[in-house]
Design a protein around this ligand. Structure first.
Ligand code: FAD
Length: 284
């Protein structure tokens, strides 16, 4: 199918974006990498009157590290994150997650801001941001505000973004050198959206894990921080018993929805398998 007709404006500044959003309200849509939006237009799932192209706003692109925080601009592509030496040095979880996102052609154009704003429950970046306790920064005419990642995703393709706001960047605290991360995902084929995935962070010390964070994706309408499973593992060695207790506790954290490929029970089983793999890897 072809996209319905729409007007197009290439924004030259954030101020211009705010003016256009103000004038056109919900009839306007931001265009970043276009890798999800253009598909929804072509399938006529969305029919905005105006596309505001933000892809030339260079201030919204790039990766910087300062005072223990990595800042990633909304327009930074998945491929830039994948190839960044700073990301590999400070946020290895993202480096490990990036190759799971779609295919190189899509990663070259798709952006982290687009992925977070879209809030696909099977996407990798939202779960990574929750695992790393990121702050998502949005701005509008009235100023900027920061939203902690675990509160940003409100439902299926729904976020805390308000009308007139643009996601500008993400701020991620650099975990200390004593922290480790694990990224595990099951998909039909490499590059497909996840059936189930898990972004995990913990601090191993003397064989035990503390500050455990387990963020699942592909299991519900939003990414999920599995607090009960995290608590069950806190301060414990990754023994068979502790891992079993943590995976058992997942029943209180996750309420998976069936999708085209898997029943809810299969997803729960896969989430448990991934938890075991991630915890063992974190403790190794
Ligand atoms: C075949 C295929 C496979 C894919 N597989 C995966 C996968 O495995 N994992 C995965 O995570 N993704 C996958 N994607 C999606 C891809 O990662 C997209 O790049 C991403 O979801 C959206 O980023 P974008 O820059 O292309 O955003 P766009 O498509 O331009 O925009 C997406 C939505 O976000 C809004 N938006 C964009 N930027 C902003 C902003 N800065 N502020 C506020 N709103 C904004 C837009 O208005 C739109 O509603 C796949 C896509 C395709 C086509």
């Amino acid at each position: 199918m072809k996209a319905p007709p729409f007007a197009y404006a290439r924004a030259r500044s954030l101020a211009e974006v705010f003016d256009l959003l103000d004038a056109h309200g919900e009839k306007a849509k931001l265009l970043a990498g276009g890798q999800s939006l253009l598909a929804t237009l072509n399938m006529r799932l969305s029919s905005p009157e105006l596309l505001i192209d933000i892809s030339r706003l260079n201030d919204l692109s790039g990766i910087s590290v300062r005072d223990g925080t990595v800042t990633i601009g909304a327009l930074t592509t998945h491929a830039q994150i994948e190839r960044s030496a700073e990301i590999r040095k400070h946020l290895l979880l993202l480096a490990h997650a990036a190759p799971h996102i779609a295919h190189p052609a899509i990663r070259n154009v798709g952006t982290i801001g687009g992925s977070l704003a879209l809030a696909d429950p099977a996407a990798e970046w939202p779960a990574c941001c929750i695992a790393l306790d990121a702050q998502i920064v949005v701005a509008g005419k009235k100023g900027a505000r920061k939203i902690v990642a675990r509160e940003f995703f409100k439902g299926l393709y729904a976020t805390a973004l308000r009308p007139g706001e643009v996601l500008t960047h993400v701020e991620i605290p650099v975990p200390g050198p004593e922290y480790r991360s694990a990224f595990v995902e099951l998909a039909q084929r490499r590059g497909d959206y996840a059936i189930v995935g898990l972004a995990a962070v913990a601090r191993p010390a003397r064989g035990a894990l503390s500050d455990v964070r387990l963020a699942f994706f592909g299991v519900g309408t939003t990414p999920v921080l599995a607090r009960k499973a995290m608590a069950a593992m806190e301060g414990k060695r990754a023994s068979d018993d502790a891992v079993a207790a943590s995976t058992k506790a997942l029943a209180n954290d996750l309420d998976p929805m069936a999708d085209l490929y898997s029943t809810a029970a299969t997803k729960m089983h896969l989430a448990r398998v991934l938890t075991g793999r991630a915890l063992t890897s974190l403790a190794a």
